[in-house]
Design a protein around this ligand. Structure first.
Ligand SMILES: NC(=O)c1ccc[n+]([C@@H]2O[C@H](COP(=O)([O-])OP(=O)(O)OC[C@H]3O[C@@H](n4cnc5c(N)ncnc54)[C@H](O)[C@@H]3O)[C@@H](O)[C@H]2O)c1
Length: 324
């Protein structure tokens, strides 16, 4: 039985702890958080041993796997400490706040004897898995254009309002758009160049909308949009893949969200599927440890998404195309 300790019991830490109850082969035994109220919540919700810091948990808790759910700017330092403590590591996306931090993690992870997985949860989300399979099976033929949207919800509320501090969070591109970047990279390979626009710095700090146009080395063009601009709107995502022989679309607001029109004129619809993608990504991590294999999303994969997200931020800042 793999013993799990969660570091950071905020929004996503609570979701992971609940998801871990559905994962076989592991047991949640500890939680660490600097906030006493969060610690009290974790103890009450899951009856686990609680610690006031990551360091305290790493030093004394009997855990095999640490699940890092702290704000983005702390991912690298806490991952390094977990590596020093010789733990298996699952860390929320994005891999890190900067390229330097990300590179350090890639370098150190290469010789590391424990497993490290990164929480790019869209890889475990059924409609996106379905979309990927359809495209890989050639249902729409050679892909030309991809369009994604993610957002619409209110500005995220976090510990000490860290999302509103761009230096800590990287804004909507690093926090939200990176989900779709990771998905597109997994499906279409390397990106050649990026051009992006963002409202960052032009509107109130808590209204951020960004658009990026990517050209992949294989010729695919993608338009990604991410938004924290609607104060009370529903969170939703959309995805559209257009190829020579057809079009597949997904819209999380629809009752039959995934639909396909292919070259033969056939139209298919797939209804909503009720699985918990957070449980699936954590199950993958546990099985990676049990079976001595790599988790589905590696540090290198997450570094790729980080690199393109930071390039988009740079493009939005300078108004220039960024070549990768
Ligand atoms: N995959 C997803 O769908 C998803 C969704 C939300 C957030 N995230 C990611 O998860 C991370 C956390 O986001 P969140 O929304 O849960 O933030 P949050 O602010 O709600 O929670 C962060 C928690 O970490 C604690 N914390 C801060 N510093 C700490 C430290 N040094 N040691 C231990 N605990 C500490 C805070 O007290 C807080 O409880 C971010 O990187 C974010 O990008 C991913």
């Amino acid at each position: 039985m793999i013993r799990v300790g969660v570091i950071g019991y905020g929004t996503i830490g609570q979701i992971h702890c609940a998801a871990l109850q559905e994962v076989s082969g592991c047991k949640l035994v500890a939680a660490a958080d600097v906030d006493p109220e969060a610690r009290a919540r974790a103890q009450k919700d899951f009856n686990v041993e609680v610690f006031a810091s990551a360091e305290a948990m790493l030093a004394s808790a009997e855990v095999d796997l640490v699940d890092i759910c702290v704000p983005t700017h702390l991912h690298e330092s806490i991952m390094l400490k977990a590596m020093e403590a010789d733990k298996h590591i699952f860390c929320e996306k994005p891999l890190a706040r900067s390229l330097e931090e990300g590179r350090r993690l890639v370098d150190l992870s290469k010789g590391y004897r424990r497993k490290i997985g990164i929480g790019h949860v869209v890889r475990f989300t059924p409609p996106y898995i379905g979309m990927r399979q359809s495209v890989e099976q050639g249902e729409v033929g050679r892909v030309g254009v991809v369009r994604t949207f993610r957002g619409g919800s209110q500005f995220p509320v976090g510990w000490q309002d860290w999302f509103a501090n761009f230096e800590l969070s990287g804004g909507v591109i690093l926090d939200l758009m990176i989900h779709d970047l990771d998905f597109c990279l997994a499906l279409f390979g390397d990106v050649e160049r990026v051009y992006a626009k963002s409202t960052y710095g032009r509107t109130e700090a808590k209204l951020e909308h960004a658009m990026a146009v990517l050209r992949f080395k294989n010729g695919v063009i993608a338009h990604l949009e991410a938004s924290w601009t609607s104060l009370a709107g529903q969170f939703y995502t959309t995805l559209e893949v257009a190829g020579k022989d057809g079009l597949i679309t997904y819209d999380s607001r629809q009752s039959s969200p995934l639909s396909a029109v292919t070259g033969a004129g056939a139209a298919g619809q797939i209804g909503p599927v009720s699985v918990n993608p957070y449980a699936l990504e954590l199950q993958d991590m546990v099985e990676a440890i049990e079976n001595d294999r790599s988790p589905l999303v590696s540090v290198e994969d997450a570094f790729g998404a980080l690199e393109v997200a930071l390039a988009a931020i740079e493009s939005a800042r300078t108004g220039q195309v960024v070549e990768l």
